[in-house]
Design a protein around this ligand. Sequence first.
Ligand code: SF4
Length: 562
Amino acid sequence: MSTASCCRPAEDELLLPVRMLNEFTYCPRLAYLEWVQGEFADSADTVEGRWQHRRVDQPRSTRIGKEETEDEETEHIHTTSVDLSAPREGLVAKMDLVEIENGSVTPVDYKRGKRPHIAQGAWEPERVQLCAQGLILQENGYQCNEGVLYFAKSRERVRVPFDEDLVSRTRQLADQMRVVMNAASVPEPLEDSPKCPRCSLVGICLPDEVNFLQNGEENHVIRPLAPPRDDALPLYVQKPGARLKKAGDTIEVYCDDERIAVVRWLETSQIVLFGPVQASTQIMQEACHRNIPVVYLSTGGWFYGIVESMPHKNVVLRQQQYAWASDPKRRLKLARRFVQGKISNCRTMLRRNLGEAAPAVLDDLKQYTQQAARARGLPELLGIEGNAAHRYFTCFGGMLKNGDGFPFDFTGRNRRPPRDPVNALLSFGYSMLVREWTVALMATGFDPFMGFYHQAGHGRPALALDLMEEFRPLIADSTVLTVINHGEIRRGDFIARMGSVSLTPDARTRFLAAFERRMNQEITHPVFGYSISYRRVLAVQARLLARYLCGEIPEYPFFVTR
Ligand code: SF4
């Protein structure tokens, strides 16, 4: 095999990791999302892949033995987890295993699953990755003419000769990858590809959704490629004095030396601590390691902050976010969408719960939605939103079923502090929602403090406040109606102090349970038509906003239910 390359990388160019070359061969967008935008998501495949790799991920050298042949002594050496680079080829690799036999070197790459029964013995991404390892070994002076793919499930070794065709294809893909990775925009998603259902980034990439929103084709079927809901849930701890300790794969919660809860890390999406609750250093380190945010709230639910491992690597998205936020025209365009979504959803709430009882207010809210779409500036938009909110909350009390034992009065919205039980519930629901949005936005790579409708500053997560507008009626208000109308929370569940009303700790627990039920409730997505939980809807909306800001889709599709 030849070692000459037709297109040498520039000296200061980053070396391409051969694992990324594998991803690029599978799908250029996948490599871009992972390498340029720093996206990562575990799937069953990646988790199993790590498990299969566990033995070869530890650097180790083993002399296997010596054989006497007629002419010479033959020596076998196995070396695992070998880091090697090749600046002329522009490649770098961490090789699972390198077998050395009499000066001839064979890279061995471990794959989960069974050997595919295809003519070339393995799929192209795996063969290209292995060949790239061979090129690296060659540049480092080793004799290397073939590699081996080891399929863990079927325990089979497949030899891959580094022939001229494979070498030139590998170099061609590496050259293409350099061009694509240096481009300012992410490659287009694949169309109707059978690769997408097996892709670990499908829930981040949203291939069918982006294609649909780009082309706007009627009757286009969007495959439900990501699971409709997440298995992992937030862990809420609000017992004053509680302590969280790490115990292997679980989090243990103690109060007065008594263990009151045990939760598996795998089933935890966030750790939410209310008031004086302690988390050990081991908990914080493990949470950072697993990318699980730890959220600190006051006892009453006021948002103090979040501890996260590292800021998301998607710098390009934040640059776009700041560019949009500093352009008054583009800010207004987005702000109009948030307010339109909010007023439409408030109208739907009243239509569903008050029905014929509120034709005049439904007409008014429809008009406010139309006015919001035409607002000429943020002050005008604020005025429209204020008027719509006033109309909505004037009728909100009519949706409460004031049965025996739990009569609630509600005459309008008040806050800071809330002065009646319904307002206390609404305020608590909104703080839970802003927390959910802050977490979802940070996970996408946004700066949650730079908004478009809400002003940045005063420590407010302005972007989270923007995005939650559409979801206030759907999640927070709806939870409030549920807990009151089902009698889950009653008049005796509040504490009034100096004009301020708040929930008792027990009532907060019941409210959080109802809030979680709502977040996990599956609905039919109004645009994409598949089943999805509200929690996943938040993640998808955040991704769609990112796609819009980066110019991939022509409009931000605000979320409205029918
Ligand atoms: S979901 Fe499909 S289009 Fe998106 S990165 Fe994966 S393979 Fe590529």
